[in-house]
Design a protein around this ligand. Structure first.
Ligand SMILES: Nc1ncnc2c1ncn2[C@@H]1O[C@H](COP(=O)(O)OP(=O)(O)OP(=O)(O)O)[C@@H](O)[C@H]1O
Ligand SMILES: [Mg+2]
Length: 661
């Protein structure tokens, strides 16, 4: 098939915004039929990279080579660019532009014949119809409907204009269009952000049978593990390549990071050693040459930088202005329906001060509706009483769409309340990782994760004591999600949130809510406890079903193994002092031995560096076997280096002692 011979190559490319390089001399090759997960922290440049490939951005440094007829389909993260007046069905069918044209050509020819028959037109019509059939025109509408159904569009909604839909649904329609189009290279920027679990699973299955090449940006490890066979990671202005799925990537990345860290620590040790020598003998005339040569050597050293992936300064503070009463919200006999669709039957629930409740389950069950009802922004049957002094704040994905693209960060945050000074606003933005000049960035240029952080900042600056959060971790990378979780745990107020992120729920929630058979239910415990209880419930149901069959089985007790922490014993180094004086000869002997060890150490360090360079070269990084082989050599050279260094240090100490005596 055509796409099998298409390859795209970005070579030695650099890309910057206002002097800030997102990529520097990076390379990326996309090979035929690769299914690539593009990962990296928020703001590292994933969406930008897709825009470079799609041609939205022009590459000025480096080269991008691709066949001129390569068909690229790009689902971008910017929901607002999808403001279309056509109905949903037409938007999706429009994915096959060739068929749209042919169909209108056929219509035109039929009309012409109806007015006046002629053989030439008839022949043209027959040709057009044949081409239409050969291109799959007769299955086209059915395929479009299948996709729309898979993406969760109710049949009744297909004739509504796209612009009447929320951002999430617009995104689904554009995804449908691309899937129908089936380009040679499909670029999907965070496609699961607006999908619920059943739709995510449908998409996973669809992609499993997809024949073309695709690149998917996602922060969802579960989704990536099911859909990709390669990972490309954007970090440190480079694109790193890994074979395998997300889990395998994590293992290889851990190794790579550990290696970088060891390399860095070794160099730091070496520098410290030399600095010690320099400062110790700076004033000694007899050591002037040795000191000089070490100063020169340090100047020449190419410093290894370790850019930590962890951004320790992302620290969200959730202050509350007033302490509320003990009951935050009381739901009495609450019901909800949309026309014939019943969301909630008569249900009761209470939210108490300090509760962090996760509302879980598939979309379409009404989780967001319940959230809005508790917030008071959606009418409900029954009574929902807000507690005394409760100040609530609501966060949902549409807050991202409501951001004013023309504002800069500072003025956007200032729209929440006029009572904050610029300095206070900057402090809040700092907590959300926007520092220095970044506060003057326009909302328009923000990455998905950055927009999410800004919208979260707008919610939290209100200092409310009750947060209602609808999928707050969408767009956030794993690190930001973890920090948001920590901050919510420390939050003095209460919180009701909807999330599909299992790790996030486990960390934050002390109670679980879900909707079952139309009733709102509560489990008064953590997500783990809820899951255990739930699986026992399912097992019990199965056991009862089996009992009905007359078969009895005994339950087996689960064995619990406890991990005993092993005690570590710190070695205490004895410090010897000596009043002995040494002969020149004795000192010379130690100096000679020191020189030998130093040379040995330097040679081994060079060897280590060479192996590290190899290990990070694209050819090696893309082959697991090569990485394993070179890592093995590296380990042994590293061990030899560590031994040489220990010996050198011992000699150095000895020699210092001789000098002092
Ligand atoms: N036109 C622009 N001018 C200035 N800065 C920009 C522009 N477009 C993007 N940026 C900045 O470049 C960085 C990378 O943006 P990009 O959208 O590529 O990140 P990303 O890796 O996709 O992040 P996310 O995971 O949050 O979606 C961000 O800090 C963003 O604010
Ligand atoms: Mg992005």
């Amino acid at each position: 098939m055509a796409y099998l011979c298409k390859v795209l190559a970005l070579n030695d490319f650099s890309f910057e915004f206002a002097g800030r390089y997102l990529f520097k001399n990076a390379s990326w090759h996309i090979k035929p039929s690769e299914k690539i997960g593009l990962v990296g922290l928020n703001g590292t440049g994933k969406s930008t990279l897709l825009r470079l490939i799609s041609g939205d951005y022009e590459l000025r440094e480096g080269t991008l080579s691709k066949p001129s007829d390569l068909r690229i389909g790009f689902l971008n993260q910017d929901l607002l660019s999808m403001d279309v007046g056509d109905c949903v069905r037409d938007v999706v069918l429009g994915g096959r532009e060739d068929l749209v044209h042919l169909e209108s050509e056929i219509d035109r020819l039929i009309q012409k014949i109806e007015i006046e028959y002629d053989d030439v037109t008839m022949q043209r019509l027959a040709d057009a119809q044949e081409r239409f059939g050969a291109l799959g025109g007769y299955e086209w509408h059915a395929e479009g409907d299948k996709i729309l159904e898979g993406l969760g569009f109710p049949t009744s909604s297909l004739d509504r204009p796209l612009r009447e839909f929320s951002g999430g649904w617009r995104m689904r329609a554009m995804l449908g269009k691309l899937l129908l189009q089936a380009p040679d290279l499909l670029l999907l920027d965070e496609p699961t952000n607006h999908l619920d679990l059943p739709t995510i699973q449908w998409l996973e299955d669809y992609l499993a049978n997809y024949e073309g090449t695709y690149v998917i940006v996602s922060h969802d490890p579960y989704f990536l593990d099911r859909t990709v066979n390669r990972i490309a990671e954007v970090a440190h202005q480079q694109v790193f390549h890994y074979k395998g799925n997300y889990n395998e990537f994590l293992e290889q990345k851990e190794e790579r990071d550990a290696l970088m860290m060891r390399k860095y620590e070794n160099q730091q040790d070496y520098i410290r050693q030399q600095m010690k020598f320099i400062s110790r003998f700076r004033a000694k005339a007899s050591k002037a040459t040795a000191v000089q040569s070490r100063v020169k050597m340090l100047d020449k050293i190419e410093k290894i930088e370790v850019r930590q992936d962890e951004r320790k300064d992302f620290d969200i503070r959730f202050n509350i202005r007033v302490t509320p009463g003990k009951v935050i919200a009381d739901l009495k006999d609450v019901t909800k329906s949309y026309g014939d669709l019943e969301i909630l039957k008569t249900s009761q629930a209470q939210i108490l001060r300090g509760d962090k409740i996760a509302l879980v389950g598939a979309n379409g069950k009404g989780k967001s509706t319940v959230l809005r009802m508790v917030h008071g922004s959606e009418p409900a049957g029954g009574i929902i009483e807000q507690g005394w002094n409760v100040e609530s704040a609501f966060f949902a994905q549409h807050q991202l769409e409501a951001l004013n693209l023309k504002n800069d960060l500072l003025s956007e945050l200032a729209t929440v309340s006029a009572e904050y000074t610029d300095w206070e606003l900057r402090t809040v933005l700092g907590c959300f990782l926007f520092t220095g000049d970044e506060v003057f960035k326009k909302v328009k240029v923000l990455s998905g994760g950055e927009k999410s952080r800004l919208a979260l900042a707008k919610t939290l600056i209100t200092q409310s004591n009750f947060l209602l959060l609808d999928e707050p971790t969408n767009h956030l990378d794993m690190f930001s999600t973890a920090v948001l979780a920590e901050s919510l745990i420390d939050y003095a107020g209460s919180c009701l949130f909807v999330s599909h992120d299992r790790t996030f729920i486990s960390k934050v929630a002390n109670k679980i809510w879900w909707i079952e058979d139309g009733y709102l239910k509560e489990y008064p415990g953590t997500f783990e406890e809820y899951n255990e209880w739930n699986s026992q419930r399912v097992a019990e149901d199965m056991r009862l079903a089996k009992l009905d069959d007359g078969k009895k089985k005994s339950a087996s007790a689960a064995a619990v193994t406890a991990n005993k922490p092993s005690a570590s014993v710190g070695a205490v180094a004895a410090v010897h002092t000596s009043s002995k004086s040494y002969s020149k000869n004795e000192i010379k002997k130690v100096e000679d031995a020191m020189n030998v060890k130093e040379q040995e150490m330097n040679a081994l360090a060079e060897e280590k560096t060479a192996l590290e360079v190899q290990l990070h070269s694209p050819e090696v990084a893309s082959s697991f076997e090569k990485v394993a082989r070179i890592t093995e050599s590296y380990e042994s050279v590293n061990a030899a280096h560590a031994m040489a260094k220990a010996a050198y240090e011992q000699l150095f100490e000895e020699w210092m002692m001789m000098q002092d005596s």
